[in-house]
Design a protein around this ligand. Sequence first.
Ligand SMILES: Nc1ncnc2c1ncn2[C@@H]1O[C@H](COP(=O)(O)OP(=O)(O)OP(=O)(O)O)[C@@H](O)[C@H]1O
Ligand SMILES: [Mg+2]
Length: 309
Amino acid sequence: MLSDSVELIEPPENSIMVGTGKGGVGKSTIAAHLAGHTAAQGKRTLLVCVTSQDDDDLGIKRFGRGIQPDGPSVVDGQGLYRSISERSPLMPIREVRPNLDVVPGGVAVGELVQLLMHRMMTEGVGVVLSLARSLAPLAPWYDQIVFDSAPENDSLEQLAAAAARYLVVPTRSDDSSISGMQRIARNFKAVRKQANPSLRVAGAFLYASNPTATSMHAEVKEDIREVLGNGTTIFSKVVGYREKPARNARKKGLLFAEYAELLPTSARSYDVAAGRAKVADVVPEAIIGLSGDMRDLNNEILLHCGRGD
Ligand SMILES: Nc1ncnc2c1ncn2[C@@H]1O[C@H](COP(=O)(O)OP(=O)(O)OP(=O)(O)O)[C@@H](O)[C@H]1O
Ligand SMILES: [Mg+2]
């Protein structure tokens, strides 16, 4: 299938894809937080959401965060779709946070699948580098690039993998999440062989699990290595399962660290009982642990992707 004319594109030095074959394991949460983390460190960061589900962790749609580029709307994946379809540079929403620009995902990203299939027939496998090509003119402006990816979709997973240097693989502990990793393992191999020889698996990790279940964690590590290979680095940080603060933060379009800052001035349960506040106004105390866990995970990811600072 590989045609001789495929012109390889060296992926940006500090580009990381968060990917795994299974849906709902935490990819978008992790990608948004990793991008927010490096931006808060003062690194010019770009988050590219190659997923048809836009969870809006950063409050772009719901709270109008960031500066939209001139021209037609880029939200709901429309900007990403247009850049690929017109073979033009990506058009990020700028300054969603200081130093953080975002190419949002959304429903239009799903439409890319057909476009890519169609082009594949006439242009061959080089089509998988479409995102890498649209990113290349912007890449030098950024210190860090993070890709969120789509679940259960080979074309979109390959599109992101062809543009990234590092892949990090989150998983939950259940069997279907573990076997879901087979998809990313397959796509990793295919992309590395045919389009992006620089791609590396920086590591895999268990996400959203009870931190005290250490014997179960050991079993999961074995499972991960069985799927991804014996030499796979497994990150030590396991972000705890904390549904309520994770859900509330996303609804408010806030990163965990930002949501945690609201805790000191938050309404309390007794305010709700007295009718002075709504349940939604109470910031759960567990946000502190969740925010700390996520910070540690982000630092570990960056360490293994060659950025220890
Ligand atoms: N530490 C956590 N504990 C509990 N729930 C969490 C945690 N982190 C994220 N979540 C929740 O898990 C759900 C799935 O997360 P997320 O959307 O990031 O996964 P995903 O892999 O991107 O999903 P999809 O495959 O649908 O794109 C969301 O409701 C999110 O709020
Ligand atoms: Mg997602």
